[in-house]
Design a protein around this ligand. Structure first.
Ligand code: GFB
Length: 319
């Protein structure tokens, strides 16, 4: 089933759920150029894990469109050590938002997942059709199960209720507004923080978790936001769509690039007691390319922007 495209955002009320997170902030930056009204709500006001509070707020705010960027997220360690939170929070947030949107007649909704939904041993690059074809990566299966349920929610609501709800699965993200806490962050902010600290403290060694051999694809968050707005306007179909750059690097190569961006010359020590996670997760972006979108920001340029944001935030005591 398909809905009406293009879906025009001009003059619409657009709810960005999760506007304080890195992705939500980027969507708000991107929507600023769209002549729409951006709706947000802080967690202190509405906890999206609470069904009644979520439904009451959505019914009152009456959005025309919703970006589901609210989620409990984190890096490999946070995922592996807080499975209950990753499963419960994400299931609750997505089911509450999707049902609340249906009840209040939201015309278009975009659900945001993650490339960890694919099987650990999926053929690379991973096409959308690889979903549910094999076992998941154990370090993030809880989060992945919740995100797979979100895709299925959007599909089920499309089939049963005729809702124009779609899903996008971004690859690993980084950029301004990232989480730099070393226990819960993803690899890019972790390495920016560790290498910057080594530089400022005059240390010649930085620890990298795992072997450095896993490969990851990194997408700059403002590129993601641009892709999501593109999909909101131009995509209306049941299958979820991948969003990525089409190329990946090893964690060791990423560390070298960040060291160059930060301006630090030193050695990396690999800590084999920490998990590698999935060996590789490069998404197949051919369906997105066919819809006329591709990523713009090269990795070194995006890392330079992310590092600039981090230094500014440090100077302001915000991280
Ligand atoms: O970014 P990251 O935490 O998540 O880790 P995943 C990517 C790779 O970087 C892993 C290595 O092989 C880590 O072992 N790494 C090296 C580090 N040094 C560090 C470090 O200091 N901090 C961190 N965090 N990693 C997450 C999933 O997987 O990716 C989520 O757990 C989600 O579910 C997200 O899908 C996008 O790429 O392994």
């Amino acid at each position: 089933m398909t809905g009406k495209v293009p879906f025009d955002l001009a003059g619409r009320r657009v709810f960005v759920a999760g506007h304080r997170g890195m992705v939500g902030q980027a969507i708000c930056r991107r929507l600023a150029g769209e002549k729409c009204e951006i709706l947000t709500v802080r967690r202190a006001e509405v906890d999206l894990r609470r069904q009644q509070a979520t439904e009451d707020w959505v019914a009152k705010a009456k959005p025309d469109a919703v970006f589901v960027a609210a989620a409990t997220v984190g890096g490999i360690l946070a995922n592996a050590t807080r499975p209950a939170e990753f499963l419960y929070d994400n299931l609750a947030i997505e089911t509450n938002l999707i049902e609340a949107s249906r009840k209040s007649g939201v015309a278009k909704l975009l659900f945001l997942g993650s490339s960890c939904i694919y099987p650990r041993e999926a053929a690379q690059p991973m096409a959308e059709t690889a979903l549910l074809t094999g076992p998941l990566e154990p370090t993030n299966e809880w989060y992945a199960i919740a995100k797979i349920a979100g895709i299925k929610m959007a599909q089920a609501y499309r089939r049963q209720h005729g809702c124009d709800y779609i899903s996008a699965m971004p690859t690993n993200l980084y950029g301004p507004g990232d989480n730099f806490d070393l226990q819960s962050s993803h690899v890019v902010p972790a390495l920016i923080a560790k290498i910057h600290a080594a530089k400022t403290e005059g240390r010649g060694e930085v620890e990298i978790w795992g072997s450095g051999r896993p490969k990851r694809e990194f997408l700059f968050v403002d590129d993601l936001a641009d892709a999501l707005v593109h999909l909101m306007k131009h995509y209306s179909d049941e299958p979820h769509l991948n969003v990525g750059t089409g190329s990946d690097v090893t964690i060791a190569e990423l560390a070298e690039t960040i060291a160059r961006v930060v301006g630090w010359q030193g050695k990396f020590r690999y800590d084999a007691s920490k998990p590698d996670g999935t060996p590789r997760k490069l998404v197949d972006v051919s369906k997105l390319a066919a819809l006329g979108w591709k990523a713009k920001t090269p990795l070194d340029q995006g890392l330079t922007l992310a590092y600039g944001w981090y230094r500014e935030a440090l100077a302001q005591g915000a991280v």
